[in-house]
Write a protein that binds this ligand. Sequence first.
Ligand code: GLC
Length: 690
Amino acid sequence: MTLAEKIGQLHQAPRENDIDPEVIKSGSLGSVICSTSAYAGNETQLRVRAGRINELQRLAVEGSRLGIPLLIARDVIHGHRTVAPIPLGQSASWSPEHIQACAEAAAMEAYADGIRWVFTPMLDVARDARWGRIAEGMGEDPYLCGVLAKAAVKGYQGDNLSAVGKVAACAKHFVGYGAAEGGRDYNTTEITPNTLRNIYLPSFKAAVEAGVATIMSSFNEIGGVPVTGSKYLLDKVLRDDWNFEGVIISDWGAVLEMVEHGFALDKREAARIAINAGLDIDMAAEAYLEWLEDLVAKGEVSTDRLDAAVLRVLNLKFKLGLFENPYTDETHADKVQFTAEKKAATLELTRRSLVLLRNEDEVLPLKKDLKKIGLFGPMIDSRSELLGTWCLDGLPEDVITIEEGIRAQLGSDQELITAKLTDEAVNLARFCDVAIVVVGEHPHRSGEANSITTLDLPPGQTEFLKYVQRIGVPVVVVILAARPISISPDLHGIDAFLVGWHPGSMGGQAIAEALFGVFNPSGKLTVTFPRSVGQVPIYYNHKATGRPLDENKIGLTRYVDDRDAPLYPFGFGLSYAAYEYGATSVASSGDGFEVKATVKNVSSVDGEEIVQLYIRDRHASMTRPVRELKGFQRVSLPAGSAQEVVFHLSRADLGFYGSDETWIVEPGIFQFWIAPDSISGQMAEATLAG
Ligand code: GLC
C-alpha cells in the first residue's frame, strides 16, 4: 500500500450520494457514513438502498488499484425499518434477551440495505434529564448499562461478523459524554478519575468484553482534554488496560473540533494529536486525509502508528467478510424488512418497555363495562412522532397509532370519543366513562443538540390535564417522552400514568394492549424521575455525604423549598399485580455471599416482576454509593404464588475501582437489599472477611 492508500483507509466520508467516484477509485476513502447531517436524527434522511451501496462498492473493488472494499456505516440507533422504542425505553424492559432480539432484527434489516457497521449501542450513563441524548442511552446505572450493552453487541454482531445479517457494532460515545455540565449537549465535563472508573467506563468495558468491534470517541473534554485527543483514554485505557483491538473512530468532525476546544492550533495539529492518541478513523473532518502524509513525512507521526491503525481497519473488513462478499443482494431487503417476525419481536420489547407509574383505584386495566372511552390530546394519531429521536429508515406509514391500537381493542358495545384540541377534549371528557389523555414531547425536543431547561411537560399540556382532571371522570395519562418528565404536583391526583417513551413502529399497539390488560406492564425506570429540574442531577446511586439526607431533619443535605426525594426512583414500576417482598437474608457462599428473599404475588393477576439486588459497601478506602445495583431477575409470578429469589455475589463482585484506578475488594461490612426499586426493600448486613 502507498502512504496515500493507507491514509485513505483512515478517512470516513459522509453523504453516500455525493461522493466523488475519483476519491474512491484513488483509494483515498476507507469507509462511508450514510448520513447527510452532522446532527444525527434531527434531519430526515434519504433511505439507504443496496443498489447505491453496490455502485460505491464496485468503484472501490473494481475501480481502485488495490480493490479494498469500502466499509459502509449508518446510525441504526433503535431499529432500522422496523423501529423499536428509543433505547431509554428499551432499557426500561430490563430485558437483555428482548433487546438482543431487536438488535438482531435491526442488523438483518440494515445488512439487507448494504450496511455493515452500525453506530450503536450508545452507552453513555446519563444523570441529567435536561440532556437530550439521555433518550439514546440505557439510563443512569453502570451495571445495567453494561448488561444491556452486552446484549446489544451480541445482537448486532452475533458470533461471526462475516455471517449474513451481522454487522459491526460501535460502543459510543467513549466517554463521559452524558456528564455535560448543565445538561447541555457537547458541554464540558468534569469527571474525577474515581467517578470515571466506577460510573462512566464500566458500560464500555462490558461492551469490549462482549467483543464490540468498534468504539467511537466523544465530543466532550474531560478535565481539559478532549477525549478524541486523549492518549490516556484511547491508548492507555482502551488499548493497554482493556486490550481492545478493534477500531476507534471519532465522532463526526470531532478531530477538527479540537481546534475549537482550544486544544489544537489548527487542523494539522488536530490530526497529529488524534492519531498519536490512538484514534484510527477520522469521521468527516478530512484532517487525516489532508495532513497525515505531511505528518508522516516530517516524522511527527510514526509509520508504526499509522500502520497499526490501518491494520485494524483492514482486519475489521476481513472479519466482516467484505473481501469475499463486498456486494449486497438487492432483492434481500424486501424479504427481510418489516416482516411479521420482526414486528413480533419489536412488539414484545415495546410491551416490556412501558412503565406504569401510577394506577389509583385500579383504573387500569380498562374495564370491559366502560361504554364511552375518551382519547384526547395532540398525539393520539401521531405516526412519525412515535418513531422517536433517531430512526433514519423507519417509515411513519408503518406506525400503529395509539388511536388505531385502541380501536383494535374496543368491545362491540364500547365507543371511542376522540379530540385533539384541548377545548374540544375538555368539553367531550364529561361524556366519557374514562379519559385517556396522551401528552408528551415531540422527538425533536430530545436527541442530539436538543437539550432543555425544564423537565415539565411541554407548554400548555399541564394546564390541559388540569382542566380534564376538573371534569371528574377517571383520567389515564399516557406520556410519550424521551426523558424523565417532572409531573406537576397539580397533576398528582390523576388516576394513572403510563410512560410510553417514544415507542416505535409497534407503539400504538403495545400501549393499547397495556391499557386494556392484554398484557400486564412490567417495565421499571432506568432513570430517576425528578420532582423538578431544580433537583438535577439526581440519581439513586449517590454518595451519603457527611450529613446524609433525612427529609425530616434540619441542617442536612436537603432543600427547603421542596421535598428531596425523587418523584419516582430508579427501578420503580407498577404492575396490575401486587407483590410483597419478604426479608432479605444473606449468608456466606463461596468467597462471597448468597442473598435471598421471597417475593409473593398477593393479587389475582399473573405478572412478571423485575426483582433487583442492591448492595452498599458501608465503609471503604473511597466513599461508595448508598446503593449499587448488582443484579436483577425477571421473575414470573402467577396470581397468589410466591418464589424465593436467590442471588450469588462473588468476592470480586463487591469491589470497586480504588484510588489507584484498579479494581479492589476491601473486607468490611456490606449491606444488601432485594427490592422492587432503589429505595425499597428490607436490608440485611454481613461482613466480608479479610
Ligand atoms: C453524530 C453523533 C453520533 C453519530 C455520528 C454519525 O454527531 O454524535 O452519535 O453516530 O455523529 O452520525
